[in-house]
Design a binder for this molecule. Sequence first.
Ligand code: PAF
Length: 293
Amino acid sequence: MLQITRPRTVETVVELRDIVRDWRRAGDLVALAPTMGGLHEGHLSLIRAARRRARRVIATIFVNPTQFGAGEDFEAYPRDTVRDTELLAGAGCDLIYAPGTATMYPEGFSTTVGVDATTQALCGAHRPGHFDGVTTVVCKLLNQAQPDYAIFGEKDWQQLVTIRRMVADLDMPIRIASSPTVREADGLAMSSRNRYLTHEQRAVAAKLNKALFAAADHIAKGLPPERVATACRQALLSAGFDAVDYLDARDALTLAPLDAFGPGTEARLFAAARLGKTRLIDNVPIERTGLTE
Ligand code: PAF
């Protein structure tokens, strides 16, 4: 019978570094998957992606207060250590690093790591301070664990390119890998926040990915990105979304606005839309899918 070993959980930098040092002495590569807990299949795919790259896998669980704005869901954010530990054990995680707030932000903490180029638009324009919170905490987690790899999900594409920029700009000796968005059967991107949706909102939520894939297909066929985006925004509001924060075609690497799509362009369509108090984000590649033939 397959024996699943529960990963050990540590809360301090000293314990974390001791374990990582022993792994390194044994010649093992180490991969880190940062999370805020509230785990779902999307997070577990990060653990599996980490496993493919390294013999040792660490998951971090820390609900980072500095990346939540006033009135956002910091207090309500799901926290279930027992469930998260079970899920991580099943996915092949070796170690959970779950620092407390005092470890991450001790008395007198006063440093912010910010990346300008990739954080002004999209979520950055709607969640002031959010990306400074993300880059600061990720910089700390990477410095604390000093892994060979860190893995991030493509659902948070803007976060992914921002962290790649930070790691390159600060000469951090860590390879950043990404893992594709994991979707429910109806295409809704998995997110810890999906559990906030009511039954009716959940039915509407599934329309976001469908609208994005169809719009991306239109842009790939040569229709003007701005015209397609405007029509798609309108379609989402008609489908029952309460607001669309943004729906924009952008260069996949720089996040610069996309004027036209052409051969060799790597671009994506990004959206954030609201259903009541829940804000959903998603992004898809701009490529021909045949969806709108
Ligand atoms: O993607 C997340 O869950 C968070 O932004 C991260 C990367 C764990 C930083 O808190």
